[in-house]
Design a protein around this ligand. Structure first.
Ligand code: I6G
Length: 676
């Protein structure tokens, strides 16, 4: 039966009201923003087409949702409006064209100044200062009435309780976004999950939920921050006549503004800014869903005025959604190199974060149970930057009847060996060891990888074929491959076989650290392999070392020492090593360095590398740091001594700045090296 326009409008309003309530009142959104936006856009389009069907209570006629009563309410003296969205370049160009026409700019359209800022994913808040003192803070609510959250906003360190200087207006209302930085969000959620408490689905939800705590001590424990982006009521004082200068003035009074804002010219300038921020999106320390452009001149803003719900002089230009909804076709378990079973959701393909996704990780069995993902469930999928797509949550209201919870398999789905889970471990493992073809494939991939034996041309597809044909059972078998048998494999031509055989030949002469790392002993990464090689000098001394002797190596604790001893106690491991040596794999041995290397300028210090250096490769830089007594790690913490950054440095640099860790650009790093 055909649905009438009235019926469709009614249905959309009902759905939007439901989601508004979950989002604004319960702080528990059920669907991703992209889905919500689609509903609102469809409703708006229908109402635009049929203006007689617009009613005052339609969700399109309001900004947010009615506040709940647990908090006092605050009437906004000037309404807190929302922004129109542009979902692509065309819509942005339309916005610019409308402004140019209204202001009759003609030729000078390309020079029109816009203030551009990231659009943070948090909660919009108004903060009122009287004579420089914070007297009230409120949520946006429905734009006219918000909730009084003064007691909670006062706990946010970056919101000044008194303004600096003396030149501020007698009455000053600032508006901005309270948000939870990504790092704080992840830490908070990890701790909450460990403690079996409720986690937040995203940083925005975390910010909004934290602001609505009845006990401000709970809010104080959340890592919240606030950037201000505009002013509301201003009395008894003057402000500059552009938006960008207003932000600078607010910063002088001690308010925090976004460090990534800019002033750009015309629509091309806006598009350039959109591209630049987009490229940094995944490494910015805060979550954004778009950027906002505002006509910079406040006089022109006044000329342009407002339409019912939004200013004509500003627009939010959205990025592709990083969260989307889809349906789970099944949950399978993948087996990794060490036998770890990772649950993976197989999905109806969905376009998210700029790519089509058909699998999403569920990390481990605890996570699977916590999120309670079942076959047939509608789920929210998230893909941010280059991170592996993950299942954020299940839309429980859409669960099909009879959907059954997924259980950890008792037997390995690949080799049928027993699956065990040690008491204090989140990970369940297949006990098949190298009998399990999945573990064998993953171990071989690791063995040939660049930082291990570096056998170029032995990609995943070739390894999978060799294992499936039972031609390669252990890494030693790689050294007896012949040209004829390689030519039989799919996708292997004369040239690739020749190259592969040359790469195998070259790999026979390796180094002890590479060889140790290639063995894939659990928890022995590159840095530990280097320390072990340096400490023992030769392979046999290491392979025969006791746990106590191993613990004398820098960075080897009891767990790693036990893993190494267990590895060499396993006869099939030693047999493979004997065979590798018999097939000509060799490395130079050195004198044991029982004492740490002579103290260098970096002895006892940890260094993190990020971005590309122009004068050396990352591996060379790493070696130089090690030679100077330092250690290279992958993540920045308070204990990091330096973060060395090259071109296209990522989030590690911003993290260093956040933690106050010293950063060295390439010139400063070279200077440090020259001192050794
Ligand atoms: O929701 C918003 C996010 C960011 C805004 C906004 C903004 O500026 C960076 N600016 C205005 C004027 C409004 N909402 C109404």
């Amino acid at each position: 039966m055909a649905v009438t326009v009235e019926e469709r409008i009614g249905k959309l309003r009902e759905q939007i009201r439901y989601h508004n309530h979950r989002y604004h009142v319960l702080d528990d959104p059920e669907v991703p923003d992209a889905e919500y936006d689609r509903l609102v856009r469809e409703l708006r389009a229908l109402e635009d087409e049929h203006p007689s069907l617009v009613t005052p209570d339609s969700p399109t006629q309001r900004v947010g949702d009615t506040p709940v009563s647990a908090f006092g309410t605050v009437e906004h003296r000037l309404p807190m409006l929302s922004l129109d969205n542009a979902f692509g370049e065309e819509e942005l160009r339309d916005f610019h064209r409308r402004i140019v026409e209204r202001l009759d700019l003609g030729e000078s359209a390309a020079d029109l100044e816009y203030a551009a800022e990231p659009k943070l994913d948090g909660a919009a808040v108004s903060v009122m200062y009287e004579s420089g003192r914070l007297v009230r803070a409120a949520t946006r609510g429905d734009g006219t009435t918000g909730e009084d959250i003064t007691h909670n906003v006062r706990t946010i360190d970056s919101v000044p309780l008194t303004l600096r200087g003396a030149a501020y207006p007698d009455l000053l209302e600032v508006r901005g976004e309270v948000f939870m930085p990504k790092e704080g969000f992840e830490t908070y959620n990890r701790r909450a999950a460990e403690a079996g408490e409720k986690t937040f689905v995203n940083p925005r939800n975390a910010a909004a939920g934290s602001l609505r705590q009845l006990d401000p001590r709970l809010t104080a424990a959340r890592p919240l921050d606030m950037y201000v982006y505009s002013v509301g009521v201003v009395e008894g004082g003057e402000l500059p006549d552009t938006h960008s200068d207003t932000l600078l003035r607010l910063a002088e009074w001690g308010l925090k503004t976004c460090p990534d804002s800019d002033v750009v010219a015309g629509v091309e300038g806006c598009l350039g800014y959109y591209g630049r921020i987009g490229a940094r999106r995944s490494t910015l320390p805060y979550e954004i869903d778009g950027v906002v452009y505002k006509v910079n001149s406040l006089r022109l803003q006044r000329d342009l005025g407002f339409v019912s719900r939004a200013p004509r002089w500003a627009i939010a230009h959205k990025y592709p959604a990083q969260e989307e909804m889809t349906v789970v076709k099944g949950v399978e378990f993948q087996v990794g190199r060490t036998g770890a079973l990772t649950p993976v959701a197989r999905l109806d393909p969905v376009f998210v974060g700029g790519v089509t996704v058909s699998n999403a990780t569920l990390h481990n069995i605890d996570e699977l149970h916590r999120k309670d993902v079942r076959r047939g469930d509608t789920v929210i999928i998230r893909r941010a930057g280059d991170v592996i797509p993950e299942v954020v949550s299940v839309v429980k209201s859409r669960r099909p009847r009879g959907a059954r919870a997924v259980q950890l398999p008792v037997r390995c789905p690949v080799c049928d060996s027993r699956v065990v889970r040690e008491e204090d471990e989140a990970v369940a493992r297949c006990t098949g060891g190298l009998f399990c073809s999945a573990q064998r494939i993953e171990s071989l991939k690791h063995f040939v990888s660049r930082k291990a034996m570096d056998i170029d041309g032995l990609g995943a597809k070739v390894i999978e074929q060799l294992v499936t044909l039972d031609r390669v059972k252990t890494p030693a078998d790689l050294f007896s491959l012949t040209g004829e048998e390689l030519l039989e494999l799919e996708r292997m031509g004369e040239k690739s076989v020749e190259n592969l055989l040359a790469a195998v030949e070259k790999a026979r002469s390796t180094t002890l650290p590479r060889f140790l790392y290639a063995l894939g002993i659990r928890d022995v990464g590159e840095a530990t392999a280097q320390s072990l090689a340096r400490h023992f000098g030769g392979f046999d001394a290491l392979a025969n070392a006791t746990e106590e002797a191993l613990q004398a190596v820098p960075d080897v604790g009891p767990v790693v020492a036990r893993r190494i001893v267990e590895f060499f106690a396993e006869p099939h491991n030693t047999a493979v090593i004997v065979e590798l040596r018999a097939r000509g794999v060799e490395w130079p041995e050195t004198e044991p360095a029982a004492t740490p290397p002579e103290a260098g300028p970096l002895t006892g210090m940890t260094v993190v590398l990020t971005g590309t250096l122009s004068s050396m490769t990352r591996d060379e830089a790493k070696q130089k740091i090690i030679d100077m007594g330092g250690k290279v790690t992958g993540s920045v913490s308070k204990r990091t001594k330096y973060v060395v950054h090259g071109d296209k440095a990522g989030s590690k640099l911003s993290k260093a700045e956040e933690l106050g860790v010293e950063t060295l650009d390439e010139a400063a790093f070279l200077d440090l090296l020259s001192r050794s």
